[in-house]
Design a protein around this ligand. Structure first.
Ligand SMILES: *[C@@H]1O[C@H](CO)[C@@H](O)[C@H](O)[C@H]1NC(C)=O
Ligand SMILES: *[C@@H]1O[C@H](CO)[C@@H](O)[C@H](O)[C@H]1NC(C)=O
Ligand SMILES: *[C@@H]1O[C@H](CO)[C@@H](O)[C@H](O)[C@H]1NC(C)=O
Length: 538
């Protein structure tokens, strides 16, 4: 007869219970805090003061950059007409949005004339143009911190107010080789280091869906301009969500590639040799998912990495996963219900498409996302106290803080807050960070393999009122953890909520599986309609 060992009855773990109750208590407290912020900001930015942008004069402006390129190749439109139409559109919307901060209209029109001549001459067949110059004659925009020879290059620092770029950034050279015509620069936060777009050189950029709300950052000028049809395609940069988050707030697509592949020369202070180690990645921002793949192909030219962007992806054969909460990080706020519904709609859809319900993941270390990113950002080549002086000495954090609160500092509040964070709060332990990263990445790599895609909210809330982020500075963790893990991720718009503000999800995959997240973007765009214009179209 088997002996029956007497189990001790499980004694309640009081320490654990107390911790859980404390956690719930803090959650409630923070939710209360969120409500108060939303309430008072709502009173201040009362909706009667917002402005609306008008519709476009030409229907082609609603289409993708690839479609515009096709029309130019087919001689349905000239590049000069296209460039002029966008210049006129910017004149219509920029007074309200403040997205564009510098232009090279005259040169762009000259280049458009050359592009038209090339087509007229018949030297290049349509097929050859499509293959070698996929954006022939198409105007594009980029953020002010991306170097374009002779254009402003201040990074939003008043100390650099008169600086211009000596040469094009590598990504701009690649886009030019593909036939694109850079024509404007757009607004950014100071040194690109904040998730709202406001700086002392150019002021604040407004959201086309509600001008009293933020566009996010740092590629906020780009996202607001593109959603308003002021530019068909833009190149942003993403260090903690700077492509995906503003694209999300402005209802459009943005792709953050696998880190370390695309040459960083000419992006803010970055040089070519920073490419492999940096968290920063350039990536496309656009209204239609169709543009993501061709832009990625162009940006990858000259890369040391051979990225497969041509193998066709059958989305119905992919395996899907999702994370639907912050997994216990009290710093970030929980996901708003309309945003959660958008995620669940996407999850349900891919479940039906593949015939397999997506698997919910609750990685126990996901909650350390902010701490890990906070450590990694200090490992970038830039040192904030040095950059703020335009690399001429260092600023003293407490002196600048004093100056800020007496109204005499040349810097923005986010820079001051970051100086305080860097100097006052304890640093993260590099060994611990390494451990967390390895564990998180190991788990995800095993789960996702080479055909898995993870769906996760791009941000916990829809676009918030201007300046509210100062009171909740950590909500960007939903995107920055992906930079820390160096994974590719695509922001996908998922329609508007009841207030007319964009919703969205990000699709994430293992390194070098960019084509999977882009394919999912195309699928969900077809299913849910993608970008919804921030103006009436009829
Ligand atoms: C709301 O936005 C409009 C247009 O950008 C602006 O004129 C107005 O001052 C804003 N309201 C507040 C309270 O800032
Ligand atoms: C560097 O700073 C010093 C003193 O703050 C100033 O005199 C000098 O002109 C600055 N140099 C440059 C190149 O801006
Ligand atoms: C952060 O998220 C919460 C809701 O989850 C929201 O109430 C709060 O306003 C957000 N803060 C910002 C700056 O987005």
């Amino acid at each position: 007869m088997p002996s029956i060992s007497a189990h001790e009855p499980d004694r309640p773990d009081y320490a654990k219970m107390a911790k859980t109750y404390f956690h719930v208590f803090l959650r409630l407290l923070f939710s209360f805090y969120d409500c108060i912020i939303d309430f008072f900001f709502g009173l201040y930015y009362n909706d009667t003061t917002r402005k609306y942008i008008s519709g476009v004069d030409y229907p082609f402006m609603l289409e993708s950059a690839s479609s515009v390129a096709r029309k130019i190749r087919n001689k349905e439109m000239s590049s000069v007409d296209v460039v002029n139409a966008y210049i006129a559109r910017i004149a219509q919307v920029n007074g309200i949005l403040n997205s564009v901060v510098d232009e090279r209209y005259k040169d762009a029109i000259e280049e458009a004339k050359q592009a038209d001549k090339m087509i007229e001459s018949g030297e290049w067949s349509k097929e050859r143009l499509e293959k070698e110059r996929p954006f022939h004659g198409v105007p594009i925009s980029t953020k002010e911190s991306t170097a374009i020879k002779g254009m402003r290059h201040t990074f939003g620092l008043t100390l650099r107010a008169h600086e211009t770029a000596p040469d094009d950034a590598e990504v701009i050279k690649s886009m030019r080789r593909a036939g694109a015509i850079p024509f404007v620069l757009t607004n950014i936060p100071e040194l690109n280091m904040w998730y709202e777009t406001r700086c002392n050189v150019y002021g604040q950029t407004n959201n086309p869906y509600d001008t009293n709300r933020t566009v996010g950052g740092s590629s906020g000028g780009e996202s607001s301009l593109i959603s308003a049809c002021g530019s068909p395609l833009g190149i942003g940069t993403d260090v903690g969500g700077s492509v995906r988050m503003p694209a999300y707030f402005c209802g459009i697509f943005g792709h953050k590639p696998t880190s370390g592949m695309i040459n960083l020369q000419g992006l803010t202070r970055k040089a070519a040799e920073h490419t492999e180690m940096s968290l920063t990645c350039p990536g496309p921002i656009c209204k239609h998912a169709e543009d993501l793949l061709p832009t990625m192909k162009v940006l990858m030219q000259g890369s040391k990495v051979e990225l497969d962007l041509t193998t066709k992806v059958d989305v119905a054969k992919l395996r899907f996963f999702y994370i639907e909460d912050d997994c216990g990080d009290l710093r970030v706020s929980p996901i708003q219900s309309d945003q959660l519904n958008a995620l669940r709609k996407a999850v349900k859809y891919v479940g039906e498409l593949t015939g397999v319900p997506p698997k919910k993941l609750v990685p126990s270390k996901w909650k350390y996302g902010y701490k890990v990113w906070r450590y990694l950002i200090t490992q970038e080549p830039e040192r904030l106290a040095w950059e703020l002086t335009n690399r001429n000495g260092t600023v003293c954090w407490w002196w600048e803080t004093l100056r800020f609160f007496t109204g005499t500092s040349p810097y923005t509040l986010p820079s001051i807050l970051r100086l305080i964070d860097l100097n006052v709060f304890p640093k993260e332990n590099p060994e611990w960070v390494k451990e967390v990263l390895e564990s998180l990445l190991g788990d995800l790599k095993r789960e996702l393999g080479d055909n898995g895609v993870l769906l996760h909210p791009t941000h916990p809330t829809t676009a918030f009122y201007h300046n509210a982020a100062h009171l909740r500075p950590w909500n960007f963790t939903y995107t920055s953890i992906i930079n820390a893990l160096k994974l590719p991720a695509t922001q996908i718009p998922m329609g508007l909520n009841s207030k007319g503000l964009p919703l969205g999800v990000q699709a994430i995959a293992n390194p070098y599986c960019d084509r999977l997240t882009i394919a999912v973007a195309q699928e969900l765009e077809q299913a849910f309609g993608g970008w919804v214009p921030p103006f009436k179209t009829i």
